[in-house]
Design a protein around this ligand. Structure first.
Ligand code: PMV
Length: 349
């Protein structure tokens, strides 16, 4: 919805009329996963989730207000965005206009330095960057908590990419405005925990089933979903304590079982949703082999076949070699904990 009321332009909003405001955000990988929404319009998850923001594959997004343009324009990696990807960005711009009381169309330019839609959290970095650049462009003065709520409206996992290091996204309670207010992300302290996350890119192509459709099907039809959601609650409490202790074995064990449990709920959906490929399973075997050889290494997978292996930084090169051997042809990237979203141009609080 657009209104005719125009808010006082801030410095960032004035700059958005010229060169635009640019924000950078990094993907995050959940150690305790979010899967399933209890409110699809407000993007409220069923379960709390906890992630590590990475230092690789940033998304850079520029939002420029364009009062003379007849409509919004969205480019993704240099080409006009199409279909679902375009619709989600335009819905988000509508939300920004509704919140700011402004009406100008915008030009959005987004560049992902990692693969898009391959279960590597491109929607997390994408909507975190869009929330930050878009809020600044439309003159919304939001703190990080409010930004995380806003980013959640684009993609629930994006709320966590507002923050550096480890972050929890609360599912919250209630309905409507109370649910919206209660579902936000915040940092989780892990002062002595600085592991590596070895990413095994077994397939960089876009997934066949969107996570949105797959979640809906899992919640509606999988007899295992409620059991996983309940166990995820216990997993989260244990993982927080393990993060605080800096206990990689405990963090890894909990994260691995939480991810395998999430994939089990999908496999039990009707019809089944299967993101794991033979190469995924080969990497999982490689991880088991590493552990049997005394190297602490633990796997997690999202809505795609790629595997992320948590390990000590000192073991990262060895883990990278082992996963390359397990799935020949896969490319491997070593990530660490990374920064929260930041504004490159315009004004940051
Ligand atoms: O926020 P979405 O729609 O991209 O869903 C992401 C869900 C998982 O990556 C599988 C888990 C998570 O918590 O990030």
């Amino acid at each position: 919805m657009r209104t005719d009321h125009q808010a006082e332009p801030t410095e960032a909003a004035i700059s958005a009329l010229g060169h635009g405001t640019t924000a950078v955000a990094y993907p995050n990988i959940a150690l305790i996963k979010y899967w399933g929404k209890r409110d699809e319009r407000l993007m409220i998850p069923y379960v709390d989730s906890l992630s590590m923001t990475l230092d690789v594959f940033p998304t850079t997004t520029t939002v420029r207000l364009n009062p003379a343009a007849p409509a919004d324009s969205v480019t993704l990696d240099g080409s006009p965005a199409e279909g679902e990807a375009r619709r989600r960005v335009i819905d988000f711009l509508e939300l920004l206009r509704e919140r700011s009381g402004r009406s100008e169309p915008a030009t959005v330019d987004t560049r992902n330095s990692g693969p898009t839609g391959a279960g590597l959290a491109s929607s997390a970095s994408g909507f975190a960057a869009l929330a930050l650049a878009g809020a600044a462009a439309y003159g919304l003065d939001l703190d990080r908590t409010a930004l995380s709520r806003l980013a959640r409206r684009g993609s629930a996992s994006a709320s966590r990419s507002i923050f550096s290091g480890f972050a929890i996204c609360h599912a919250g309670r209630g309905v409507g405005a109370a649910a919206d207010l209660g579902s936000y992300a915040e940092p989780v302290p892990a002062p002595d925990f600085d592991p590596a996350l070895v990413i095994a890119l077994v397939d960089a192509g876009a997934k066949a089933v969107s996570s949105r459709a797959a979640m809906r099907r899992t919640v509606d039809t999988s007899p295992l979903y409620q059991a996983w959601a309940a166990s995820s609650k216990a997993d989260l409490a244990e993982l927080r304590a393990a993060l605080w202790r800096g206990d990689l074995d405990a963090v890894g064990e909990i994260a691995e079982r939480n991810a395998l449990g999430m994939h089990a709920t999908m496999l039990a959906a009707r019809p089944a949703v299967r993101y794991l490929s033979p190469a995924t399973v080969a990497v999982l075997d490689g991880v088991l082999w590493l552990r049997s050889d005394g190297v602490p290494a633990y796997a997690t997978m999202d809505a795609g076949p790629n595997v992320k292996v948590l390990c000590h930084r000192a073991d990262a090169a060895r883990v990278a070699d082992a996963v390359s051997d397990a799935a020949p042809g896969c490319s491997v990237v070593i990530a660490r904990r990374g920064p929260g979203a930041w504004l490159q141009k315009g004004v940051e609080r």
